[in-house]
Design a protein around this ligand. Sequence first.
Ligand code: ZN
Length: 413
Amino acid sequence: MSVWIKNAMLCGEKTDVLIEKDTFSFVGKLKEGQSFTADRVINAEGMALLPAFYNLHCHAAMCLLRGYGEDMPLMSWLEKIWSKEATLTGEDIYNGTRLAVLEMIKSGTVFFADMYWYHQDVLRAVEDMGIRCNIGVTFMDSLGEKTIKDNLAFLDDYASYSNPLITFAPAPHAIYTCSGKLYMRCFDNAEKNNLYFQTHLSETVDEVGNCKKLHGGQTPTQYLHSLQVLNHRTIAAHCVHLTEEDAEILAETEVTAVHNPCSNMKLSSGAFDVPLIKRCGVHTALGTDGCSSNNNLSMIEEMKTAALLAKHAYKKADTLTAKEVMDWATVNGAKAYGINAGRIQQGMQADCLLVDMQNERLVPSWDIVSDMVYSADSSCVDTVICAGKVLMEHRRVKDQEEIVAKARAFVKK
Ligand SMILES: [Zn+2]
């Protein structure tokens, strides 16, 4: 399969792009009279070509609980959500994940790191939709030994899964739901199988206070470091309450810290310390978290919120610039999961967006990066391409009406 994108604006220049299989094989200007033979030709006149988004922390099927528990702090909110989640079936998770992926594609996302239950149903949903995913298999001590063993065996079986868009990760939920022993079992599994490793880290003040009480004054980061479960394949969501020493540990161990500004603000968890993260050189990416603490999955909205929160919290207008937050949402996210993508360059994975420059939010277009961060919304995204496959064109995604109808039927049930 090959795709020729004609006449798209890239960095202010009219550009032609040829995609062969999953890779950009040409990015540049064709000479007068030159052309490509391609299976599909997209005339992108009036559109800008941009990297797609990588959502590094999500609980996709939680979109079924969008608006279900509102205006509560993290722990009481979790209790309410957990009691509802206990009633979800594998089919619900399949339908919920498809709804989440539909929303992500419509807002320009081509990859998400998921952390949820019923991983077989998540796998079915993401393969049907054609998106990239790191499927985080959630672990908690409360699951019991049998489920823990089954989940570890599942990871062994799926470690070298045939679909290159899909990877797996053991995902011990957090230090307040998983013992040190469980963290180490999960990490050993990741090491043995060459998998990524997801967890929540230092999300709230209470989590840090309780950890210090239980673990001899260690913060959650210091505690996980003492368990030796932090490395370049560890993806830590939130990282809101870090000390200088914590940030240095994350930088040294090459952990990716994932900022989730909407969720942190909604649950009153606090403000991610952008100056500290930048000073210590922590690899950082961006995620939406689940829909019930956000309440949508738009990385465009997440970029704006991250930039505004940083400027507001640290009282300096360049605390987090449009360019920096765009990198967090694109190339940094791809890099964290070893995906050679996030830029429109020859030889890189063909993940990209076409945005409609006639959309009123993108006029008059002084600076497309600033427009995408501070002005755009999902309606600006016209076309989404993931690994060379067109997932959306002119805002149409395959089966979109059926996906919405199935999710609505869940609420009736
Ligand atoms: Zn989360």
